[in-house]
Design a protein around this ligand. Structure first.
Ligand code: NAP
Length: 279
């Protein structure tokens, strides 16, 4: 009998059934021959604190947190990774030996890695970025792109006040463009990012025109269902390099798995196929 410990982890959200994280982590548990399981943890917002405090008692190594818990869970951590503090949200919790909770946010780094996976020569300082959206995903990506040396990030959002708040917080490299001027703002951009919900399965397409976007620009979408949003299909037809949101999802999971299970896992075609089989 092996003395290898059985490791438990999971994803806490409300609802949580849509999350692809169990597929990812259980695929890796099987692939690396580990003893453990990654489970769904449906937790109502008013029970979040109780649920987090219960992780240690239940023997969890940690968990992911997803909508709507990412901000509130951060406030309940005993210690935060500095990047998570800048992002004002967490997506990963590690339960330490003494029972204290350590919060991280791997979404932004996962996003950046997905661009590098698509184009190893990608550089954050290649030119201006146009960010569509100013919600949680946009904030994480803005922080990560600033870390990568982005010289200018133009943020445009349907509700201008949220874009203004990000610009105020992150200083002069981050500017606000009125949503009505989003198409003109593509002029001179090296990277276009969609971090709105528009284009997602069940939502309308994102209403943008790419005419002003330089052909050299990379176009990325945080959405991964569908893998190719109407925005990415348009961009591909114009000859742009395109990156979908699946790489962000898979890459954010790697350091979390390492923290809980002790193995830095690989992203393989088999894993991508396992996820795509759930779409
Ligand atoms: P969020 O915080 O709720 O933000 C939603 C954003 O979409 C806001 O900027 C919102 O603008 C905008 N929006 C909503 N409806 C719109 C419309 N009709 N027209 C224009 N803009 C609209 O959500 P989030 O967590 O940032 O998620 C955003 C997207 O990123 C989702 O599609 C999500 O699936 C994806 N995501 C992917 C990953 C990954 O790993 N690939 C991780 C996280 C999120 P207002 O401020 O005006 O409401």
């Amino acid at each position: 009998m092996s003395d290898q410990r059985f490791v438990l982890a999971g994803v806490m959200g409300w609802p949580v059934a849509h999350s692809r994280s169990p597929v990812i982590h259980n695929h890796w548990i099987a692939k690396y021959g580990l003893k453990g399981s990654y489970v769904q943890l449906p937790v109502q917002p008013e029970r979040l604190e109780d649920a987090l405090r219960g992780l240690k008692a239940l023997g969890f190594a940690g968990c992911n947190v997803t909508v709507p818990h990412k901000v509130r869970a951060m406030e309940l951590m005993d210690e935060l990774h500095p990047i998570a503090r800048r992002m004002k949200a967490i997506n990963t919790i590690v339960v330490r030996e003494d029972g204290s909770l350590y919060g991280m946010n791997n979404d932004g780094a996962g996003y950046v890695q997905s661009l590098r996976d698509a184009d190893p020569a990608w550089r954050g300082d290649a030119g201006p970025v146009l960010m569509l959206g100013a919600g949680g995903a946009a904030r994480a990506i803005v922080v990560a792109l600033l870390e990568e040396g982005a010289p200018e990030i133009r943020i445009t959002n349907r509700s201008r006040d949220k874009a203004e708040a990000l610009a105020q917080e992150f200083g002069p490299k981050v500017t606000v463009v009125d949503w009505a001027r989003r198409n003109e703002a593509m002029d001179g951009v090296a990277l276009l990012v969609n971090a709105t919900t528009q284009g997602m399965h069940g939502q309308g397409p994102l209403d943008v025109q790419l005419d002003a976007l330089p052909r050299s620009a990379m176009v990325s979408d945080a959405i991964y269902i569908p893998l190719e949003t109407p925005l990415l299909a348009n961009a591909r037809a114009r000859g742009h390099r395109t990156v979908n949101g699946l790489g962000m999802l898979l890459n954010q999971a790697r350091p979390a798995f390492k923290a809980w299970f002790g193995v830095m896992p690989d992203i393989t075609p088999e894993l991508r196929a396992a996820i795509q089989a759930t779409f």
